[in-house]
Ligand binder design. Sequence first.
Ligand code: NAD
Ligand code: MG
Length: 299
Amino acid sequence: MATDNQYSMQNPLTQYPQPEFPDQPQSAPGTVHKLHPAADHGETSYKGFGRLAGRKALITGADSGIGRAAAIAYAREGADIVLNYLPEEESDAREVVQLIEAEGRKAICLPGDLKDERFCQSLVSQAVERLGGLDILVNVAGKQQAVEAIADITTEQFDATFKSNVYALFWLCKAALPHLPAGATIINTASIQSYSPSQNLLDYASTKAAIVAFTKALAKQVIAQGVRVNAVAPGPIWTPLQPSGGQPRDKIPTFGSQTPMGRPGQPAECAPLYVFLATQESSYITGETFGVTGGTPLP
Ligand code: NAD
Ligand code: MG
């Protein structure tokens, strides 16, 4: 269902599927194979030009969704990649490995739970060792579970959402920075929820707001080292996160319909921004957050 490539001119409104979509509950963390219609991660559409030739990247959440699209794009632009994801997502991850290797690039799998500080530290040190350095840290992993009322958000869920989305970011950036050379970049994943929180995403939206502040503050701090830090803030994107509890089940059929474009975005539509922010093309840009929202403006 992919279009020719990301350079064929066409109407963005009709480029990808529009609601309604079938009912399709799945359990977290979800798999791309239970998405109907299938998502586009750029498998057949992303065309690279060597813009990241020889770069070494660590991507979290690289098995599916936005992280998968970023991994495919980075490989096509010439980067070697360490992929992190949860152990139960191995089969989704293996497909990404094949796509990366098909480009003649390295794909190193280091699955594990980012809620664990020690795992985050070992993920970075192993990535540095296996890649022979680190130039790009792409934080895409995230947890989102919709709950209607604060009374029903358990401390366990609140804690897991903050550990996955905020603490992991802190631990990974802290561990990576001593290894990052001048010219390296960190790219975080915020959300439209950072600015326009939904009532049923209280914990998640709070973490995404924290990520914007974290990105701005860290960017100011580490530019002295020649390292840039930016964030991507997607609107509704067609990934396993949403039908596996990120949205209430009855919201999936109309997912994305409230945007000016009237449809959800595809992971492949996020990937070019992750590429741009990693390349030297974005050399004067740091501490910024960029929306990929189908027309809903960020403030
Ligand atoms: P996704 O389910 O495909 O990816 C999320 C990934 O996070 C999972 O594949 C999993 O590997 C990883 N993850 C979650 N908890 C983890 C943990 N404890 N340890 C290790 N890995 C863990 O969904 P996606 O939509 O591509 O999500 C990617 C990012 O995009 C997330 O940060 C999400 O908040 C953000 N985002 C998504 C949307 C959307 O509409 N899909 C909108 C805005 C922001
Ligand atoms: Mg996944």
